[in-house]
Design a protein around this ligand. Structure first.
Ligand code: DCM
Ligand code: DCM
Ligand code: DCM
Ligand code: ZN
Ligand code: ZN
Length: 268
């Protein structure tokens, strides 16, 4: 996701975490405001372009070697290489947060990684190998040249919301939070938390990856790659993608809240 997606997911999580979780992460992140999660949600995307952060570039995705649209699926042993992947990163940085002996600096970094990677794993093209998660599939969006990955990360969310500043994210998060509490997601939201197990972060997050990866076959490339290459995606394609993007951003925020609650309680 671009900054709008990551910051929205973080604000949704802030709306659902317990008071103890809020207090703990405000301390870890040295930020007592209501934007303590949103304020660091995109840090990992800047860090990975620095020399010190290069090692973390593979942690933003898992390259499922499936065959969309005929066959979708993620297999941890097949798809997570030695240099790492988003599922392994969620496992590693969650374990660091649960280590009582971890220093404050590393705890701060681990928190920023977990907040970001729970977001990225919900973007369908972060769970797909084809053409580097769609980065090499050139398309246009409202007459601007871009690529399919960027369309899902940023163009569609920004067209829907009309901006990508922090207040835009806060506004989208407020709407999705209401949808979870009393609106269109109310009936399903509890099921989004099924299978979440702090003692099995790989099993938990591979299910999130498998669920998002199914949308690669259903919505991202339902008629295959050749049906989108060079095409304008700001019209019908956009309309079909919006409900999936809203659902995935809502799920990511709601699940991030529960994951942080479990971490906050898990040390005890
Ligand atoms: N990005 C950045 N610095 C760059 C290039 C891109 O901060 N030199 C940001 C733009 C998007 C995000 O990274 O917000 C996309 O990250 P990803 O596609 O890995 O999710
Ligand atoms: N950004 C974004 N959507 C845009 C433009 C930028 O999400 N349409 C993000 C990418 C960078 C940050 O905002 O992380 C700053 O971008 P820039 O340097 O292009 O202003
Ligand atoms: N990305 C992905 N899958 C890949 C490679 C990259 O999901 N196999 C993501 C990470 C960034 C975006 O695509 O969000 C752009 O990556 P890069 O800057 O490495 O081209
Ligand atoms: Zn991306
Ligand atoms: Zn990322």
């Amino acid at each position: 996701w671009g900054s709008l997606g990551h910051e929205t997911i973080a604000y949704i999580a802030s709306n659902f975490v317990s008071p103890a979780t809020q207090s703990l992460f405000q301390t870890i992140l040295h930020n007592q405001t209501s934007s303590y999660l949103a304020g660091v949600a995109t840090w990992a995307d800047s860090f990975r372009y620095t020399a010190a952060g290069r090692f973390s570039a593979p942690f933003h995705f898992i390259d499922a070697e499936d065959d969309p649209p005929a066959s979708c699926g993620v297999v941890y042993a097949r798809d997570c290489p030695v240099e790492g992947c988003v599922v392994g990163a969620i496992r590693n940085y969650t374990a660091q947060l649960l280590d009582a002996d971890l220093g404050a600096g590393n705890r701060n970094m681990a928190a920023k990684f977990v907040i970001h990677f729970v977001g990225d794993i919900h973007q369908p093209l972060h769970d797909e190998s084809l053409d580097r998660g769609g980065n090499s599939i050139l398309v246009t969006f409202d007459n601007v040249q871009t690529n399919l990955h960027h369309v899902w990360d940023s163009n569609i969310p920004e067209k829907l919301i009309g901006g990508y500043a922090l207040p835009d994210a806060e506004r989208w998060a407020t709407a999705l939070t209401t949808a979870i509490k009393t609106g269109v997601y109310k009936t399903d939201a509890e099921s989004w938390l099924q299978g979440i197990d702090l003692s099995d972060p790989v099993g938990t997050s591979i299910r999130w990856a498998e669920e998002a990866n199914q949308f690669v076959c259903q919505t991202v490339l339902p008629e295959g790659k050749d049906a989108v290459v060079g095409k304008e995606l700001g019209g019908e394609y956009y309309e079909a993608a919006v409900p999936v993007i809203e659902l995935q951003v809502a799920r990511a925020g709601y699940r991030l809240a529960r994951w942080l609650d479990l971490i906050a309680a898990g040390g005890k």
